[in-house]
Design a protein around this ligand. Structure first.
Ligand SMILES: NC(=O)c1ccc[n+]([C@@H]2O[C@H](COP(=O)([O-])OP(=O)(O)OC[C@H]3O[C@@H](n4cnc5c(N)ncnc54)[C@H](O)[C@@H]3O)[C@@H](O)[C@H]2O)c1
Length: 432
């Protein structure tokens, strides 16, 4: 049981973030005055907005002029939305895009102090980009990757100067979400790590330093949440049931609407990559519904159809009879028994795996403190701050209740119990 209020717990957790194991307090970082971004897509343009908003002249590089044009359009739209939200004066929003330049040539990045890569999530594509960056970036430039979970050490090696490389994992939309996961590679220089923390401050982000592990800390702890929300739908809950339970718990958006917003094709691709890397078991249920929806052209918000249908505004999720038909077909093909769920059951099914994985990332040293996972969930995934985060929640529930919850899942899903609900001797670390 917690003895402090959630807001004090979070304030303390935020205060701890600057204490990075092995990083001397007085060590200075490298100066960052100019930046480059490789890849002008969703994330690259959003990261450019963050840099420009901080007054950092930024050069955006892509392979195609059409991508650069689209990137420039996204930057303009993002500034317009910041003005609309009252987060920026119109005069600022008009002035800042002047600091943006674009190029089809990597050589345009030669003088940048920091270069953030945001190209496709394929390790070989990223290796190729880092090979080129290693050759053209000036000595002392910081080379960052925005990968969501690929091996930062492998990407760093390709550059030929791994000490200069760090992961900077922004969350989408990059100019809105406050979290920045800073991934420390095996060879990342300490002053590069310090510079990354410094950058998080000038971008007004909350920088959390984590270790290099597939999915790092954020996506690793998110995976079970996504898996169980999809299983719940496969087992008979409707997407709106799952989302209602979690929004009533306090999330601004439920996992089914969130998956639609991010794009079900992205999730499908991600699950495929996890399967190839043998990071998920050979379970035909895993990602089956996502794949069926994608195969039916239901890619999420961008296709006005996913777990939900979307009306004329393209954003408001509407219950979808077609999505439920697809669910019924897949559930029957896989022989998944149908039932109904209480809101409390839904919340626990989705959050228990987060608690379980939080203990594992802590035990492996991917995060130095359990409370870092709370910061990640509150500021990266919209976990209600008033409930303190998944670790705080675990402490509210108590170790026996968490253990019982996991044991109940083991009994309910025996075929894959050892993969999804394996005994976790590290659980008690969350309660230390
Ligand atoms: N989409 C998200 O929610 C999200 C969140 C966090 C991190 N990320 C990560 O950000 C990265 C980019 O994702 P995205 O959603 O912006 O992708 P995207 O497809 O929108 O954009 C990728 C851009 O990279 C360009 N590109 C590809 N290869 C290139 C190369 N060799 N040189 C220069 N440009 C190249 C493409 O033309 C495209 O414009 C990925 O690593 C992804 O995992 C995405």
């Amino acid at each position: 049981m917690n003895t402090i209020a959630p807001k004090h717990h979070l304030a303390h957790a935020l205060n701890q973030l600057g204490r990075v194991p092995g990083l001397p307090a007085g060590l200075r970082g490298r100066e960052i005055r100019t930046a480059g971004v490789v890849g002008a897509g969703l994330m690259g343009s959003g990261i450019a907005v963050c840099l420009l908003a901080a007054g950092v002249p930024t050069t955006l590089v892509d392979l195609k002029q059409s991508a650069l044009d689209q990137g420039r359009g996204s930057v303009d739209k993002a500034f317009a939305s910041l003005v609309k939200r009252g987060q920026m004066f119109e005069s600022q929003a008009k002035g800042l895009p002047v600091l943006l330049s674009e190029s089809l040539e990597f050589e345009a990045l030669a003088d940048c102090d920091v270069i953030v890569e945001a190209v496709f999530e394929q390790v070989t594509v990223k290796e190729d980009v880092f090979r080129r960056l290693g050759a053209i970036a000036k000595p002392g430039a910081i080379l960052a990757t925005n990968t969501s979970g690929l091996d930062v050490d492998r990407i760093a090696r390709a550059s030929g100067r791994p000490a200069d490389v760090v992961g900077l994992h922004f969350f989408s939309p990059a100019f809105v979400m406050p979290l920045l996961e800073i991934v420390r590679g095996k060879e990342t220089a300490l002053e590069v790590l310090r510079s990354a923390l410094y950058l998080s401050t000038i971008l007004r982000k909350i920088g959390v330093v984590v270790g290099n592990s597939p999915g790092f800390a954020a996506n690793r702890t998110l995976e079970g949440y996504g898996r169980e929300s999809e299983f719940l739908v496969l087992e008979g809950a409707r997407p709106e049931d799952v989302d209602r339970a979690l929004t009533q718990f306090g999330f601004p958006m439920g996992p089914c609407a969130m998956a639609d917003m991010a794009g079900l094709d992205i999730r499908n691709h991600y699950i495929h990559a996890l399967r190839e890397a043998r990071l998920i078991p050979d379970d035909p249920r895993y990602g089956a519904l996502t794949k069926a929806l994608v195969d039916a052209g239901r890619l999420g918000q961008k296709a006005a159809a996913g777990n939900y249908d979307y009306g004329p505004d393209g954003r408001t999720p509407l219950p979808s009879a077609r999505a439920l038909e697809i669910r019924d077909r897949i559930a029957s093909q896989l022989g998944v028994a149908q039932r109904s769920f209480t809101d409390e059951e839904i919340v626990m099914r989705c959050l228990l795996p987060v608690i379980d994985e939080a203990a594992r990332v802590l035990a492996e040293g991917v995060v130095p403190r359990a409370s870092d996972v709370d910061v990640i969930w509150v500021y990266g995934y919209g976990f209600p701050a008033a409930k303190g985060g998944p670790v705080y929640l675990a402490r509210q529930l108590g170790l026996p209740a968490v253990r019982d919850g996991i044991a109940a899942r083991r009994r309910a899903d025996p075929a894959f119990a050892d993969r999804y609900w394996a005994p976790n001797p590290s659980l008690d670390l969350l309660f230390a």
